[in-house]
Design a protein around this ligand. Structure first.
Ligand code: PEP
Ligand code: MG
Length: 569
């Protein structure tokens, strides 16, 4: 029977397919599982063990062919763990006691993991996650909820939460939609979905646990509706809407060739935010003029050791070349926050967004920072590249980073490698500290790019990933708008260019305000470019200045948003 769930539409678009539960939380699948006799369960377990072993060997071989030796080693380690006789014996005992195979596997893996958890050595403690991982792999196989295989069949991914590293592997042609229990507009999983135009709905809460793989679903990323087992009438209506949307996309592509200029002739550069060289295809289709934010940390996620200088160089060079004459801004790794890295051994933090992240890690891990800087500098020999530092709060950090840049250059000279000796060094303005001291910071760097995703959360003290407070999270809050306006003025007074690469840059309702403030560049998820461009092209400078003036006199985010909606519609 049709069931309609209401969530928050965070990536617009219509997706129609069957559900694939991507569960680290397997509650829904476990509830539906009917256990057989103990010997039947034992048989299923043995079979799952063989399939999982074969899967791991296949993954290892694939990693070896793509030169990812360390990934291959991990798969090997998982293979050894999964065949651990102690683990298997514990599972068998539980099954003999009448526990269903999937539960037995999860319980035994948890006991095994708890042993690792209790050890002093941080490396050994990390192994607990591996054990839990293989437990889930086996349980998923037993439940028929395999998450790692994407066939050619279109699917809608369903989970409480998807880690950014998992999201990075989603094939955009098969994944037609994403529905999440948690999540928010600016979580990194959603940012990846936006870059690939995958419609998404978040905030579905507990309901997500009761959705089974194979259920037909419509995801309406506009209204936030998720329709399970839709009626024929609803299916027909949404198919029609999906077709109209595809046509719209075609028209958007035509817009790609036109420049982003106002009716008065003022030009704004619209660039793309990317997470990997693979995102460049859609970026150039949408008419992006270069890359305003390459989130380099995505190269570091979902693996067991950091990518070395050569591997990073290959990725940066590929993007720099694809940008042609346009600038490619590479942000040094922004690890931490909602993007933890196991191999950095970041201690569990009470407030990871206020913790050891981004530039703070880079300055304390010179070997990592130098390898990255060298790779970026070398890519500069193949295109126009700039370095951007994340999470800056003071000029001291910029000075420290500059010293590393100088050291990286010296090392490259000694090694006889080509690089851009005049590469610009800019910073993200994403902390209130940086926004308030923009005047001083502008004197010691080459450009600013405002990261509103963090700036909004830090200014308003509203966690960007917490749905409970998401109604309070708004880039139209007067405090945010005034900070942003001040940053543009400070940057321009020092003769440096000012851009924005937070999600606000891709909001068509914000485009007239940002243009009027004088932004030189707006960088966004590529699919947002055509609509923002269309809005910029529609108005003249005077109209936009007037609306900015009015907005800056208002006191409330909702009121400002409503005014902009009326202005842009
Ligand atoms: C931002 O904070 O606005 C930003 C662009 O960086 P990220 O979303 O990766 O934190
Ligand atoms: Mg940020």
């Amino acid at each position: 029977m049709e069931q309609v769930l209401q969530g928050i539409g965070v990536v617009s678009g219509i997706g129609i397919a069957t559900i694939q539960v991507l569960a680290s939380d397997l509650t829904g699948e476990l509830k539906k599982y009917t256990a057989g006799t103990a010997s039947a369960e034992a048989g299923k377990f043995t079979e799952a063990l063989q399939v999982a072993g074969a899967e791991l060997l296949k993954l290892k071989a694939a990693a070896l062919t793509t030169g990812q030796q360390h990934q291959a080693d991990i798969m090997d380690a998982h293979y050894t763990m999964i065949n651990d006789p102690g683990l298997a014996a514990n599972i068998q005992t539980k099954i003999e006691q009448g526990i269903a195979a999937p539960q037995a596997v999860l319980a035994a893996a948890e006991e095994f993991a708890a042993l690792f958890d209790s050890l002093d050595d941080s490396y050994m403690r990390e192994r607990a996650a591996d054990v839990r991982d293989i437990g889930r792999r086996l349980a998923r196989l037993l439940l028929g909820a395999d998450q790692t295989q994407y066939g050619s069949k279109p699917v809608v991914l369903c989970a409480q939460e998807i880690e950014p590293s998992q999201a990075a592997g989603m094939p955009a042609d098969t994944v037609q939609g994403i529905i999440l229990g948690l999540g928010s507009t600016t979580s990194h999983t959603i940012i990846i979905a936006k870059a690939r135009s995958i419609p998404a709905v978040t905030g579905l809460g507990e309901a997500i646990n009761y959705i089974a793989s194979g259920t037909v679903v419509i995801v309406d990323g506009y209204s936030g509706k998720v329709i399970l087992n839709p009626t024929d009438a609803n299916l027909a209506e949404y198919r029609k809407r999906a077709e109209a949307e595809a046509l719209h996309k075609q028209q958007d592509t035509q817009m790609a060739a036109l420049p982003a200029v106002t009716q008065s002739g003022t030009k704004v550069q619209l660039a793309a935010n990317i997470g990997s060289p693979a995102d460049m295809e859609i970026a150039s289709k949408q008419g992006a003029e270069g890359v305003g934010l390459f989130r380099s940390e995505f190269l570091f996620l979902g693996r067991e050791i950091p990518p070395n200088e050569e591997e990073q160089f290959a990725a940066y060079k590929a993007v720099a070349e694809q940008c042609g004459q346009a600038l490619c801004v590479i942000r040094t790794m922004d690890i931490g926050g909602d993007k933890p890295l196991r191999y950095l051994n970041i201690n569990k933090e009470e407030n990871p967004f206020l913790g050891w992240r981004a530039i703070r890690i880079s300055l304390e891990r010179p070997e990592l920072f130098l390898a990255q800087l060298k790779a970026i500098l070398r890519a500069g020999a193949y295109g126009k590249v700039a370095i951007m530092l994340p999470m800056i709060i003071s000029a001291v950090e910029i000075a420290a980073a500059r010293q590393f840049v100088e050291q990286a250059k010296n090392e490259l000279i000694h090694e006889g490698k080509a690089f851009d000796a005049n590469m610009p060094l800019g910073i993200m303005i994403e902390t209130p500290a940086a926004a308030v001291t923009a005047w001083e910071l502008a004197a010691v760097c080459d450009f600013f790019s405002i990261g509103t995703n963090d700036l909004v959360q830090y200014t308003l003290a509203v966690d960007r990933g917490n749905p409970a407070v998401s109604p309070l999270y708004s880039h139209f809050h007067p405090a945010v708008l005034r900070l942003i306006d001040g940053v543009v003025k400070a940057g321009h007074a020092h003769g440096i260019w000012v851009g924005m690469c937070g999600e606000m840059a891709g909001d068509p309702l914000a485009a007239p305000l940002l243009t009027a403030m004088g932004f030189d560049e707006l960088s966004m998820s590529a699919p947002a470019i055509p609509r923002v461009k269309e809005v910029i092209r529609r108005f003249d400078d005077e109209q936009m200045q007037q609306v900015l003036k009015k907005v800056l006199s208002l006191k409330d985010a909702a009121e400002i948003r409503a005014l902009m909606a009326a202005f842009v519609q």
